[in-house]
Every structure is written in structure tokens, then in C-alpha cells.
Design a protein around this ligand. Structure first.
Ligand code: NAD
Length: 257
């Protein structure tokens, strides 16, 4: 396998597969054709619904927290047993926060870091260990990794750290012919936004979620928030065989310009 190869031959791992960008990526990978799909999420009901949407693609679904190291050890063994290894991975699971630095609790800060950073590191570790024949990885960062967002300090810091971890992984992956790139979406219409304490108030004031997304996206030059399948398309483009590694694709409709 050459250094420009993707990992099409093997199975693809996606975390946060039950909803939003992760679910859209799973469906796009299944439509493209995948040797197998490994789906991780802590939401058993949502994950079960995604599995039912998949046709004949071989699937290994695992319900656990991405920040649970012991669970990853078991998942790693299960992937090896079922598929023999991995060719692609999308490090996607993440949570939001919505507190200014003066208000945030250490517990809330640590919760965000545990999922967005510890969880991403453990996912990367498993993926890179199992890509013995080379591969391609995309980490789902955020425009918040490069643009300061007031009231989202933990989220911004976690995504900036993940972006730099992506570059380190790209350097370390070279010897194994693993390419590692990041995607930095701007606003995307997913349930993630409901995690912000102010979301219900915004929805009530605008008269519904669609109107709330439209209001939030009004400052995006390309017009509005992205749909999950638009981000999935860009993730698949980064996974495709190529010469790019350690790069980040800002998929934000010009928001951070
Ligand atoms: P979402 O809430 O729709 O989906 C996230 C999925 O991850 C859910 O299925 C959830 O159950 C799962 N998950 C969360 N914490 C987990 C954990 N600890 N262990 C296992 N699974 C867990 O959100 P989304 O918008 O699709 O977010 C996906 C990624 O995209 C996140 O990393 C997020 O930060 C990033 N992102 C989202 C936006 C946006 O505007 N929605 C913008 C930029 C980046």
C-alpha cells in the first residue's frame, strides 16, 4: 500500500454514530460501499435505529462512552475478531458547553474535555493500532478550534487541542501509511445545540427549531447552517485516497473568514 492510499479495503469506525454528523457519515459510507462499519455511541436506542437503516453492510455496533478506556480495549478486540482491522475512522463524538469562563464549573470543563479530547485520543489510539495496512482518519473538530467563541471556552479549547492532536497523529501515522486530517464545521443543524442552556429560550423566542437555526445561521456568508449530509460529504472527500495529511478543512460556509 502506498502512502497516498486510503483505507477502503478495511472496515470504517465512526464514533457518535447515532445522531447528526456521525449518522450522516455512516449512511454516506454505506452508500459509497464499505468493507464493514464499526459504530460507537453511548445512545443505544439511537444507534439501534441507525443500524436498522443499513442494508447489507456488515456492522459491529458497540454502546459505550468514548471516554471509557476499558470499553475501548474490549471494542478493539471485538473489531480485530470481526474485521481483522480498520481502514478508515471518523473521530466524531462530541458534546457542547455553553458557559463563560467566569461561570464555568470545573466539573463541566472536565466533562467536555473527557468526551471531546480524552474520547478522541482513545478513538485515535484504537484506530491507529488497528490500521496495520494503512488507512485514513478524519477528526471532527470545529470552526471553534480556530475562532474564539465567547461563552464556549471549554468547547473551543477541546477542539483546538484535538486539531493539534490531529497534526501529531498525522506525523506519527506516516510510518504506517495512515493519513490523518481534520474537518472544522461551522454551525450544523443537529441535536447538539439542544445541550446549550440558552437553546430552549432561543427556540421559544423564534417560534421553533427551524427558525432558531435560521437566526443562528444568518451571519454565515454562504447562508445558514450546514445540513449533516453536507459535512458527511466533506468527510468522505478527506477519507478518499490522496496526498493530504495533517490538514484541516474548514467547512463553515465562510463563517470564520
Ligand atoms: P449530535 O449531538 O447530533 O451527535 C453526537 C453523537 O455523539 C450523539 O449520538 C451522542 O450520543 C454521541 N456522544 C456524545 N457523547 C458521547 C460519549 N461520551 N460517548 C459516546 N457517544 C457520545 O451532535 P453533532 O452535531 O452531530 O456532533 C458531532 C461532532 O461534530 C461533535 O464532535 C461536534 O463537536 C462536532 N461539531 C458540531 C457542530 C454543530 O454545529 N452541530 C459544529 C462543529 C463541530
Amino acid at each position: 500500500m502506498t502512502p497516498t492510499a486510503g483505507g477502503r479495503a478495511g472496515a470504517a469506525l465512526i464514533t457518535g454514530a447515532a445522531s447528526g454528523i456521525g449518522r450522516a457519515t455512516v449512511l454516506a459510507l454505506a452508500a459509497r460501499g464499505a468493507g464493514g462499519l464499526v459504530l460507537i455511541d453511548r445512545d443505544a436506542v439511537g444507534l439501534g435505529a441507525v443500524v436498522r437503516e443499513l442494508g447489507d453492510t456488515p456492522v459491529l455496533a458497540r454502546v459505550h462512552d468514548v471516554a471509557d478506556e476499558a470499553a475501548w480495549e474490549a471494542t478493539e478486540a471485538a473489531i480485530g475478531e470481526r474485521f481483522g482491522g480498520l481502514g478508515e475512522a471518523v473521530v466524531n463524538a462530541g458534546i457542547a458547553d455553553g458557559a463563560a469562563i467566569v461561570d464555568i464549573s470545573l466539573a463541566a470543563w472536565r466533562r467536555v474535555m473527557a468526551v471531546n479530547l480524552d474520547g478522541a485520543m482513545l478513538t485515535l489510539r484504537t484506530a491507529m493500532r488497528l490500521m496495520t495496512g494503512g488507512g485514513a482518519i478524519v477528526t471532527v473538530c470545529s470552526a471553534a478550534a480556530i475562532k474564539a467563541e465567547p461563552g464556549a471556552g471549554a468547547y473551543c479549547a477541546s477542539k483546538a487541542a484535538l486539531l493539534h492532536l490531529t497534526r501529531v497523529a498525522a506525523r506519527e501515522g506516516v510510518a504506517q501509511h495512515i493519513r490523518v486530517n481534520a474537518i472544522c464545521p461551522g454551525g450544523v443543524e443537529t441535536p447538539l445545540w439542544r445541550q446549550n442552556a440558552w437553546w430552549d429560550k432561543l427556540v421559544a423566542s423564534k417560534g421553533g427549531e427551524a427558525a432558531a437555526f435560521a437566526a443562528m445561521g444568518a451571519s454565515t456568508p454562504l447562508g445558514g447552517f450546514a445540513k449533516p449530509d453536507e459535512i458527511a460529504r466533506d468527510i468522505l472527500a478527506l477519507l478518499a485516497p490522496g496526498f493530504t495529511t495533517g490538514a484541516h478543512l474548514v467547512s463553515d460556509g465562510g463563517y470564520s473568514l
